[in-house]
Write a protein that binds this ligand. Structure first.
Ligand SMILES: Nc1ncnc2c1ncn2[C@@H]1O[C@H](COP(=O)(O)OP(=O)(O)OP(=O)(O)O)[C@@H](O)[C@H]1O
Length: 236
């Protein structure tokens, strides 16, 4: 019954600094997400969206609370343990792409495969780049690619190791509308094919509306949790 829950966060807090300089960024967040779900996180700037993503993706350790991610207890791991637990479980797509500039597209995509100990990383990276329509740009460096192409590499890199979870923080924020839409189409296609769960941070309500579920954050809390299917069921 609980096996299809890929995120189970219970009463999570995140505090930066201490004493009078302490900032409480997450103030008791609980969230369950099922495999295959596409969840959008909305909320004003500074409400804690990126911080929640950082805790759920193992980039930050929660100050308190429980964080169970795809079968691993992230709240019980130290930094090295978190780094290991992320590999192969979690893919991350960021607004500013964050490709390694001295590596070609295929090398950028192969890195997480190598780190996850997956065999034949370069062949798999090439295949992944072909799936995102970049078969002809495999040996190009990031500076030789357009923003949309760089984000496709970012997407290929995030999904190549077949992680259970993809986190995307404003993945279209640096792209024009048409390019952003094509990247989103690709992202959703790849999710459908691989069965990965999506956690998407966005300010774009239209993009959020394409997800199954939208949570809204304010001041370090989840203040709304809406499922589209539940609404549709009521309408029927
Ligand atoms: N390392 C840090 N030290 C202290 N405060 C931090 C740190 N990182 C984030 N914060 C604070 O935590 C709060 C939440 O930040 P967070 O980036 O999670 O918000 P956000 O909702 O993602 O905002 P945005 O939409 O602007 O990206 C902000 O007030 C921010 O200043």
């Amino acid at each position: 019954m609980t096996s299809n829950i890929v995120i189970d966060a219970r009463d999570v807090t995140l505090r930066f600094g201490s004493g009078t300089a302490a900032v409480d960024v997450l103030r008791g967040v609980s969230l369950k997400v099922e495999q295959d779900e596409r969840l959008a996180i909305l909320g004003p700037s500074g409400s804690g969206k990126s911080s929640l993503m950082a805790v759920l993706s193992g980039l930050e350790r929660a100050t308190s609370g429980k964080v169970l991610i795809a079968g691993a207890d992230f709240s019980a791991l130290d930094e090295d343990g978190l780094a290991r637990a992320r590999r192969g479980r979690i893919g991350i797509v960021l607004q500013a792409f964050h490709l390694i500039p001295t590596m070609t597209a295929v090398e950028n995509v192969a890195i997480p495969l190598e780190l996850a100990g997956i065999s034949d990383p370069e062949t798999k990276a090439r295949a992944e780049l072909e799936r995102v329509g970049l078969g002809h740009r495999i040996d190009h460096y990031p500076t030789e690619l357009s923003g949309g192409e760089q984000q496709r590499v970012g997407l290929a890199r995030a999904i190549a190791a077949r992680p259970a979870l993809i986190f995307a923080d404003e993945p279209t924020g640096n792209l024009d509308e048409a390019t952003g839409n094509s990247v989103v189409e690709l992202l959703f296609d790849r999710l459908t094919e691989t069965g990965a769960t999506l956690i998407l941070i966005t300010h774009d309500a239209a993009l959020a509306a394409r997800c199954d579920r939208i949570i809204e954050m304010k001041d370090g809390h989840i203040i709304r949790d809406q499922r589209h299917f539940a609404e549709l069921a009521v309408a029927e």
